[in-house]
Design a protein around this ligand. Structure first.
Ligand code: FES
Length: 145
């Protein structure tokens, strides 16, 4: 079978779907090739992610990756969430087919951009280079806010 049971489970029953009103950080990314979009909302208190929700308009692997990644960063320090890689998400899902690995990249990038947004909103200093190359994948080149 192409997809692991975990992928199917998270696709059929995604965790943490939705929106956080008054989120402390929001990250949105899109994949220009497939047109899929992922949005991550973070609630952060004292440097800890106390709530995370996502909205994904995309393929099953993208939905499963968002769902799994929200579980992986829930109740974790921001610093740890920053280190989450798409590979770790795919591994936690029991693997993704090679041509679907890019779907897990959306999850990594959306989380990173949500943290960047949190830093920006709260005036927390960071090294710009940390976020180099994230979120510049948009089809239509609109990159405001
Ligand atoms: Fe677009 Fe999976 S095919 S994210």
């Amino acid at each position: 079978m192409l997809y692991s049971e975990k992928v199917m489970d998270h696709f059929m029953h995604p965790r943490n779907v939705g929106v956080i009103e008054n989120a402390d950080g929001i990250g949105e990314v899109g994949n220009a090739k497939c047109g899929d979009i992922m949005k991550i909302y973070l609630k952060i208190e004292d440097g800890i992610i106390v709530d995370v929700k996502f909205q994904t308009f995309g393929c099953g692997s993208a939905i499963a990756s968002s769902s799994m990644s929200t579980e992986m960063i829930m109740c974790k320090p921001v610093s740890e969430a920053l280190e989450l890689t798409n590979k770790a998400v795919a591994e936690a899902l029991g693997g993704l087919p090679a041509h679907k690995m890019h779907c897990s990249v959306l999850a990594e990038e959306a989380i990173k951009l949500a943290i960047k947004d949190y830093y920006d909103r709260h005036g927390i200093a960071y090294d710009e280079g940390m976020f180099d190359g994230y979120g510049h994948d948009h089809d239509h080149g609109e990159d405001e806010e």
